[in-house]
Design a protein around this ligand. Structure first.
Ligand SMILES: Cc1ncc(COP(=O)(O)O)c(C=O)c1O
Length: 391
């Protein structure tokens, strides 16, 4: 097989994975890897989940796809489940995080056009954010390294400093239609929003009839300890975007909105050929059921405490670890060495972890992880730190 036919957009590790089991991945040579990365926060139920396997098998025997010109039971069931367990009233399904954010951009715009006039087309997003790679989502992404080769982007986006209400206020004017934020910045370096900040943002949005949009593509679907990350803060956005973990490994995205905003979309205003097809929705129903009806969230809470304890112990031992932070099983370690060195050395030893931003190592293991597997991973991590320190 010749790799030259794959377009050159990823810096890939020198490995080809073959299969997975629980929290372990195996490469084509049979080498085992402990997974603290979950395919970048996707594989929350781990590998070889029987319920997902059976759902894929059964759904494939019935119907994989039929178009949104027709109704499908898995889609109706999923929308109802997500809305019944949140403050939202309506769901739109798509295929990825960037697409979910595009849908949210369009919904905020059409609401403002209909209710606030043609000039109300500005967005506020945050420095250090990540919302995806399509032109709209990239326009909201407050990191020059992702934007610089693709300008001009959408011109109507202003960037405020995250967790800084005064900076946000400086960006406000009567033509702002939406404020877009990650309740926990992921790619930017695992930075949780402050509760007071989110409360203030909510207040500003309500008072000025601005759509508050939370991007929970990475931090949602149980990863932070509740179905939605904003439920931890007890603050309801008007619109939320989801993807990654929601499909249990099948590509899937969603945008949920309250009726005030959702009712602005009419027939033909937005669409997606594959969005919410039967297979993706059947799998997403399994994921949501696992989050709502099993001990999964209890495990997230227990394992979050265990990871934090382990990470903080490492911080006490190694002075190059500056901070340990995050929520649930979305955790980060700020380093004053290059996190890529840690990630690369861990990989060689059989542990998959991720970097985030320029100084953070990120831990987003499957939500089913237990202490035994965590210990195996932390054994490798400590070995890597010892080598870096020259012990
Ligand atoms: C917070 C956030 N939003 C959006 C995206 C884009 O998602 P996708 O790659 O599925 O388009 C990501 C991907 O990492 C993300 O972390």
């Amino acid at each position: 097989m010749n790799k030259k036919f794959i377009m050159n957009t990823y810096s890939r590790f020198d490995v080809t994975f073959d299969y997975g089991k629980g929290c372990f991945l195996y490469d084509t040579n049979g080498k085992k890897y402990i997974d603290f990365a979950s395919g970048i926060a996707v594989n929350s139920l781990g590998y070889g989940c029987k319920k997902i396997e059976n759902t894929i098998l059964n759904q494939s025997k019935k119907l994989l796809h039929c178009s949104n010109l027709y109704w499908s039971e898995p889609q109706i069931e999923l929308a109802q489940k997500l809305c019944n367990n949140s403050s939202f009233d309506k769901a739109f399904f798509c295929n990825s995080g960037a697409e979910a954010n595009e849908a949210a951009l369009k919904l905020a715009k059409i609401y403002a056009k209909k209710n606030k006039g043609d000039n109300c087309t500005k967005f506020i997003a945050f420095k250090n954010s990540f919302h995806g790679r399509t032109i709209g989502a990239l326009s909201l992404t407050g990191q020059d390294k992702y934007q610089k080769n693709f300008t001009p982007l959408m011109s109507e986006v202003k960037f405020a400093a995250y967790n800084d209400i005064n900076s946000l206020k400086e960006c406000l004017d009567k033509n702002v239609c939406a404020i877009f934020l990650e309740p926990i910045q992921g790619e930017g370096g695992i930075i949780p929003a402050k509760e007071e900040f989110l409360k203030e943002v909510r207040k500003i949005c309500t008072e000025n009839d601005i759509a508050l949009i939370f991007d929970e593509v990475q931090c949602g679907m149980g990863r932070c300890g509740k179905l939605f990350a904003h439920q931890i803060y007890n603050i309801n956005p008007d619109i939320v975007t989801l993807a990654k973990a929601i499909g249990g490994g099948i590509p899937m995205g969603a945008m949920l909105a309250n009726d005030k905003f959702a009712s602005s979309f009419g027939i033909g205003d937005h669409a997606s050929t594959f969005g919410g097809n039967l297979l993706a929705c059947a799998c997403a129903n399994v994921v949501v059921d696992e989050i709502l009806n099993t001990n999964l969230l209890k495990n997230v809470a227990q394992m979050s405490a265990y990871f934090c304890e382990k990470l903080n112990k490492l911080k006490e031992k190694y002075s190059f670890i500056k901070d340990v932070r995050g929520l649930g099983l979305m955790l980060g370690m700020e380093l004053d060495i290059n996190p890529k060195d840690v990630v690369n050395n861990a990989f060689k030893e059989g542990l998959l972890i991720l970097s985030a931003g320029s100084s953070v190592v990120r831990f987003v293991p499957p939500l089913i992880i237990d202490k035994k597997v965590a210990d195996e991973g932390f054994f490798i991590l400590e070995k890597v730190f010892k080598n870096i320190k020259g012990e």
